[in-house]
Design a protein around this ligand. Sequence first.
Ligand code: NAD
Length: 515
Amino acid sequence: MGVIQITNPLTTQALYEITEPGAEEIASVYARACAAQERIGRLSVQQRAEHLHKLMHIVQMRQEQILDRIVAETGKSRMDGLSSEIFGVLDALEHFAKTAPQALADQNVHTPFVLMGKKSQVWYEPLGVVLVIAPWNYPFYQLLVPAISAFVCGNAVVAKPSELTPLRGLIEELLEAAGFPADALQLVYGGKATGQGLVEARPELVFFTGSVSTGKRIMATAAQNLTPVVLELGGKDPMIVFEDANLERTANGALWGAITNAGQSCTSVERLYVHKSIYPQFVEILAEKMRKLKPVTGVPAEPHADVGTMTAPFQIETVEKHLADAKTKGARILVGGARQGNSRYFPPTLVIDVNHEMHLMKDETFGPVLPVMAFDTETEVLGLANDSPYGLSASVWSADKERATRVARQLVVGNVSINNVMLTEGNPALPFGGVKDSGFGRYKGVWGLETFCRVKSVLIDGQGPKIEANWYPYTPNKYNAFSDLIAALFSPRKSLLDTILCGLKLEGLANKEKL
Ligand code: NAD
């Protein structure tokens, strides 16, 4: 069994170790989850929603203690943690507590005329045990939001945090304090092998957030058992700025979108396209503002620090490789560009003279780097924005809402903000997910709840002697009457009166020409 050391990225101090579980431990986690699911499934959605409410209160009351743990393991700035992890989780808990009872109630759907007298419904049932595998960039949010979504739908959850930021024991403490049902959400600590073992153990759904390469491996493993997967993968989000945008506000948006969480967000602004008529001025404003950002220093609870350290050493290497490649291909670095020694603090970096031959404009950089490129026409910038294997999110900035909407519709992405940045994620009523290499499936919103449900179709008829017109015996009379009904319903001469008459005739035949 492997032992993994957890380290504070800012101080590089060793925090604690986790030990990977063996196969037996994984099996017993699933056994407990199955037993718990039967109990959770019997609760009403309203009762489950009340658990979310209680958890919300606990998270809010323990906000600073939770932030201490998040900051220690990720290195992010406290304000980044507060606004994205704490606020994001609280907002999602409240949203689902409020909306799930109605969203998951039995739904009546339309029953067509030919099925008169019957009733059609959709029921939302739990899947069973859902496996959530989370990344290191938002260890609290990316684990809890899918987990609570799955729970409110009646599932038990097994969740594996990243081995870089496991927050060991934190979520269990919160669940216990909130009086969550036992084993409703169990955390399993470990790395790749543990993740692999958990997928092989046949959950009813794998909800994965992480890199494209791991997503492909998980999908291949899950395919062995036909286990469905939701894949929330990487991105290379473009931000498009037209000449009529408010330069001040837009530059502030670009800066935050690229640098928040040290650029380690799947929906970070990774490529900035600015109309050539405002490009020099816009770059100047960006450079001036970027130089003013304040780094974390390590003093505990520093709410004024803007930019945290990066979390993973290997991700810093990717940033450095992308910058080196861009420089050899002609890019110029206006701000930042290099870290001091082996520090995990990478300074906010502004790069110009970039093009699509560079890795910096094609591959996910996942660091505090903002490459800016000028464009001329709408067609040109659409081509550039869509020239990516990814399709997670994007933003379009213009005073002309019609133009912004037209461009937004042509972007091949799962989420788009107009005159704002990363904000589709700010509304838990909006479904979230990607297209192309950014993955598939959605969470959040009503659509996201369906992800965690077995959507059951139900047709309800009465009890009586009548049989259906299409049941045996098949007779020439029935065939002709059925043809007449089809013509009345679907031919260019379709008529309601003929449909009723044909329907009545068929019904009469069906109950006369019996077996
Ligand atoms: P990663 O793919 O390396 O790891 C993610 C998780 O998968 C970890 O818990 C890891 O232990 C586990 N894992 C690794 N190999 C596994 C295997 N073979 N089977 C099962 N589990 C396995 O990703 P990361 O580096 O932790 O996260 C960064 C990536 O996540 C970036 O690409 C980022 O864009 C993406 N991300 C996407 C979203 C989104 O919603 N689309 C959100 C956040 C992050």
